[in-house]
Design a protein around this ligand. Sequence first.
Ligand SMILES: *[C@@H]1O[C@H](CO)[C@@H](O)[C@H](O)[C@H]1NC(C)=O
Ligand SMILES: *[C@@H]1O[C@H](CO)[C@@H](O)[C@H](O)[C@H]1NC(C)=O
Length: 427
Amino acid sequence: MCGKISFCLLVSLLLTVSLAAPHDHEDHSADHHQHLHHGKDEPHPSHDGDDDLSSRLTPHNADFAFSLYKKLAGLPDVQGKNIFFSPLSISMALSMLALGAKGETHSQIFSSLGYSALTPDQVNEGYEHLFHMLGHSQDTMLLEAGSAVAVREGFKPLDKFLKDAQHYYQGEAFSVDFSKPEVAVQEVNKYIAKKTKDMITDMVKELDPDTMMMLINYMYFRGKWKIPFKTGRTTKADFHVDEKTNVTVDMMGNTGFYKFYDDRSNFSSIIMVPYKGKASMMIVLPDEGKMQDVEKNINKEHLKYWCDRLQRSYVDLFMPKFSTSSAFSLADTMKEMGIVDAFSGTADFTGITEAKNMKVSKVLHQAVLKVDEEGTHAAAATTIEMVLMALPTMPLPMKLNRPFLTFIVDHSTESILFMGKITNPTA
Ligand SMILES: *[C@@H]1O[C@H](CO)[C@@H](O)[C@H](O)[C@H]1NC(C)=O
Ligand SMILES: *[C@@H]1O[C@H](CO)[C@@H](O)[C@H](O)[C@H]1NC(C)=O
């Protein structure tokens, strides 16, 4: 109870999306503390105010995540398909781009990200702190985020840009021979494959021979379910893609205690499936035929509304075992969201090079999700047997046998790391 109260308080203080199971929050502030003072050799720039630094970004990043989701879900070639992306990775990459942008180019990027009321210092320090918090992998959970600046051989960006990219965005700089596009494609893809542990191996398909520089952001997450699914319980079952289509999936099953809320007035069931460590997969399962209503209206307030109502419940959870990947070319979507000058002749990236001749040509995003009995992209297997407690009457059913929304959330920073819609697990 106490944990719940401090949790709510914390959430309202931070003005953020509340994304965690209350029992994970009893030690939340203690954990924050631990994170902040956990041994890094170099002294961290500030201490007492650290909590505010990245939490200042959180509500804006959540708003950006939902506006972007709505744009992506509306794209013609995405209809009826799965969507999976990392809103945080996109926010990070654009914020790093903003380091080099000036004037209107800069304000458009900031305003699309929702940072208009923040100073560049506040944003940069927020990310510095966020990278620092995310970088603490725990025994069973691995979360890695970082950036890179790939620079054309012979081109020299301003020192300040490279220094800031490195300092605030954990960006490493390396040179690439962009004058040989085939070679450059391979080099860049090799770098991304290494950072994503071979989950994304073919990110860039082709490069313009005029490419001067490429900004890269990556995020890698591996979590093991706090309660693993027993492989023996996985069976073939129907997944109702739409009125006309059923597909057969490997349906995993588990009966146990989860944070759960059945929201009849909004035609959805919500469950928080925790990983070992400080992250969960939050799932929103709209009733049959209600996905469009829910995805049209969903925003960070709804997520908070649901989180506040989650209750420890005895649940019969059925979740498909699946993997999915999405690739997006985001330039048009970014323009629709207000980042226009960055792509045009009026682009001002004089923070990267004094010559006023750089613009953005493409923004690509790719994300891969693998869900199985052990967790989410589980590379090694560990099973913890748990004794059964005295069980209440009937478990509540939660059968993900129709399209659902999924969010991978990090509790230490309250960030939406990944989000998506699974329309067809076999696609
Ligand atoms: C899909 O399966 C359900 C039962 O699992 C059934 O009621 C429904 O009619 C099926 N739909 C189609 C199009 O086959
Ligand atoms: C859910 O229902 C409540 C009460 O009717 C409403 O205030 C809230 O905005 C709804 N949320 C969603 C996600 O539709």
